[in-house]
Design a protein around this ligand. Sequence first.
Ligand code: 13P
Length: 390
Amino acid sequence: MLVHLGDMLRHAYSNGYAVGAFDLVSLDFLQAILAGAERQRSPVILSLAESHYGYFDPELLMPAVRLAAERSTVPVAVHLDHGSSLEAAIRGIRQGFNGVMVDASTQPLAENIARTRAVVEMARACGVPVEGELGYVAGVEGEDAERHPGEVIYTAPEEAERYVRETGVDFLAVSIGTVHGRMRGEPRLDLERLAAINGALSIPLVIHGGTGLGDDQFRRLIANGVAKINYYTALADAAGAAIRASAVVPGHRGYTDLTKGVQAAIQSEVERCIALWGGAGRAEAVLEACRPWREVEHLVLYNSTAEPSQTAAMIAEGRRVLAEIPGVREVITGTSVRAEGAYRDCWMVRFASAAVIDTYRDHPDHQAFADSHFRPVAGDRLTIDYQLGP
Ligand code: 13P
């Protein structure tokens, strides 16, 4: 079941465990991650990193991610990982993410704050929580860390306090010694720094670059406020090992022969992490503690008084303008199949959550369209917002 990410991570933070945010790049990953969470009866975060969009089309994969989340029996959130801009966050919410990360961590502090705050203002108006990053976690997910040495910039506790206060982020990704990707040996973590950040903020903290940390390191991170752990490279490596093992089996030549063991390999690593990070067996308690994520259908029934060609132009303009408003997921228009029906024309505008009802109504693009195009030709009309759900 899809739930509010904020509720999920606050539950983890107050109960001393961390939820895995597993990056997925294909249906194999999606199915394996969810099968692992179901088997462990654990909450889980399905994460899609913008840097991976070269490997799949998010417009195609996201409907599958949403459907998988909605039909699962454990609490699930769908999170945009390393969103690069305000536009990426708006697009992400339209595609169905109910949590977004804005990563402006390579920018100077003031610029990081300004960019993050813009995303928080937009996302909050859509009811979607935001993860920010302060300090810099080097490396690239799925690759050898030494190929992307970068310079790790540690998060300073006093800057973190200012960053969270001025941006309003719900969760903070911190840099305390981890790197993205494959490492040689265990990294050295600055746990004192983490404890100071946690003491100053009291909000769920996030660790990026989970691959390669030792069991004890994970336990210490969680004991110091880490409630979300981002994890990808080890899953990709488990999948790669499964493919290599299949490749040496005589007769294995085709795609399905080679990828047969991939899901089981990913699932086993996901389950190991969930058990280690303390999420196993928590699904029912988390479902109790979390608001289900519910979309809203904004339904407008009307009779156009304009000529058919003018009506068509008005509808085309509305579809173009309204679909761009943050928090709008989809704009559908239709005409009654019976000419004599009470209301012949309709708009069905899908909102990401109930928070979008006010945002949409007050948005200048909506008001301009309604005042100058729609209301003049739709005198008799009915408007209802339906919360969607079982
Ligand atoms: P790893 O690939 O090192 O596990 O890091 C994943 C990550 O931080 C994604 O944001």
